[in-house]
Design a protein around this ligand. Structure first.
Ligand SMILES: *Cc1c(COP(=O)(O)O)cnc(C)c1O
Length: 451
């Protein structure tokens, strides 16, 4: 197969995710052949920095020998047997390791294979939990989620999602979700300024959660930062207030750490920034180091116990995806967590994060950079047509897309969220490589916005 052939058959047969295929068919597209560390290589031999960790998943770099070997070792034993009615070695070992690193409130691991399914599982469990509890809990059927939230693409996760662009067309299919207003400080929905606002947004959320407490099974929220909404960071103290009002009102707190888990924000899990103990936690993206699809939803003992009964009482959680607990993925995830320990990754990234956020501050100098938001090795640069009025670019300008095409010419792969340029490198990136990555992004923004 020649490189040109691959591009041709891709265009002929593959429908790409989150992609306007009319544009795709017209463009020259990159076909990736291999990876090494933070680099991706295309079929023509061009080398690129993987500036978004292959969609926010890669941690230890590509083609990492220890991860490769862990998967190969497992292949030589068995690749898959079902977790329905059978246990297996790596998924048991992994569950113990996950509970060891997770917030102390979480005791049980339910596996699945994507972030979306991990959220579906959390909401189905929360719903069933209160159905089974009965009496004064019997009306707790609804979910409270944040405006502009993103929790995945399946119908349940879209129902609690709040992104108009992705979700509005499906409205007739979705269940009703109650909303709290997410604190987007750059464009504060209450027209206030932090810290003078004294977290008015949290007070609003407290009111809503308290008011709906007898109808709400759970609050579902992305802790510390909304990812797909545009890398929108929460003001300090907000998350802790949400936790408290949930606990005080018997509303479960479901934390969606799909994007933020596994070191991405500088802690193993983002909820550690405010010492949050959720009732359930969804994890996926980084769980296998970015090697194989896997997800898990972690639950408290109390929730788990609510499903224990004689079989004929019908309290079983009748849910399970075919590849649940797959051995290859679990073996990769076990190795990834071992690498966190062995390479002391959480400590090792601290100076990188400092360097990363220091360099990103310089982006403020650019005329069309409205705001730079960052936590850990996760950043969003919001581009605006007018810095003073914060006026966005017209959608048809596709300014974010233009910037990433420019970066590509200079050897960096990134993917925007509308006009927000996302930078999310593998955690193994070195200081010099951060310099290289950010200087390409800086020059690309400058070239596209100042012409
Ligand atoms: C990516 C993401 C999901 C969905 O995960 P998939 O594996 O794409 O289904 C859910 N929640 C958050 C916060 C995410 O970033």
């Amino acid at each position: 197969m020649t490189p040109n052939n691959i591009e041709k058959i891709d265009k002929e047969f593959v429908w790409h995710p989150f992609t306007q295929m009319l544009d795709w068919e017209k463009e020259n597209n990159i076909v990736i052949e291999k990876g090494d560390g933070i680099y991706l290589y295309d079929i023509h031999g061009n080398k690129y920095i993987d500036g978004v960790s292959s969609l926010w998943v890669n941690i230890h770099g590509h083609n990492n020998k220890e991860l490769n070997d862990a998967i190969k070792d497992q292949i030589d034993k068995i690749s898959h047997s079902t977790l329905l009615g059978l246990a297996n070695v790596p998924s048991s070992v992994l569950a113990e390791k996950l509970i060891e690193i997770a917030p102390a409130s979480l005791k049980k691991v339910f596996y699945s294979d994507s972030g979306s399914t991990s959220v579906e599982i959390a909401i189905k469990v929360a719903f069933q939990y209160f159905r089974q509890k009965g009496s004064k809990y019997k009306n707790k059927k609804k979910f409270i989620a944040a405006t502009s939230a993103y929790h995945g693409d399946t119908i349940g996760s879209v129902s609690i999602g709040g992104m108009e662009l992705f979700h509005s067309i499906y409205k007739p299919l979705l269940f009703d979700t109650l909303r709290i207003t997410y604190p987007y400080c750059y464009r504060c929905p209450f027209n206030l300024k932090y810290p003078n606002c004294e977290l008015y947004c949290a007070k609003e959320a407290e009111k809503i959660i308290t008011y709906y407490a007898d109808q709400a099974a759970a609050v579902v929220i992305e802790p510390m930062i909304q990812g797909a909404a545009g890398m929108i960071t929460m003001p300090a103290g907000y998350m802790k207030k949400i936790e408290k009002v949930c606990h005080d009102n018997e509303v479960l707190l479901i934390i969606d750490e799909v994007a933020t888990g596994f070191g991405r924000t500088g802690k193993m899990f983002a909820c550690e920034h405010e010492d949050i103990n959720p009732d359930a936690m969804c994890i996926a993206k980084g769980i296998t180091g970015g090697y194989l699809p896997m997800a898990a939803t972690l639950f408290s003992q109390e929730i788990y116990d609510g499903f224990l009964a004689n079989f004929e009482d019908n309290k079983t959680f009748f849910h399970g995806h075919t590849y649940t607990g797959n051995q290859l993925a679990a073996a990769a995830a076990v190795k990834s967590i071992e690498l966190f320990k062995k390479n002391n990754i959480i400590n090792a990234i601290a100076p990188k994060i400092e360097h990363f956020s220091k360099l990103l501050k310089e982006f403020d100098a650019l005329n069309n950079v409205g705001e730079v938001r960052t936590i850990g090795l996760m950043a969003g640069i919001e581009l605006v047509a007018d810095k003073n009025t914060k006026e966005p670019y017209p959608q048809k300008d596709t300014i974010g897309h233009k910037v990433i095409l420019k970066a590509r010419e200079k050897g960096v792969i990134i993917r925007p969220l509308g006009d927000i340029i996302v930078i999310l490198p593998p955690l193994v990136i070195g200081i010099n490589e951060i310099d290289e990555l950010l200087s390409v992004v800086y020059d690309s923004i400058k070239a596209v916005t100042q012409q």
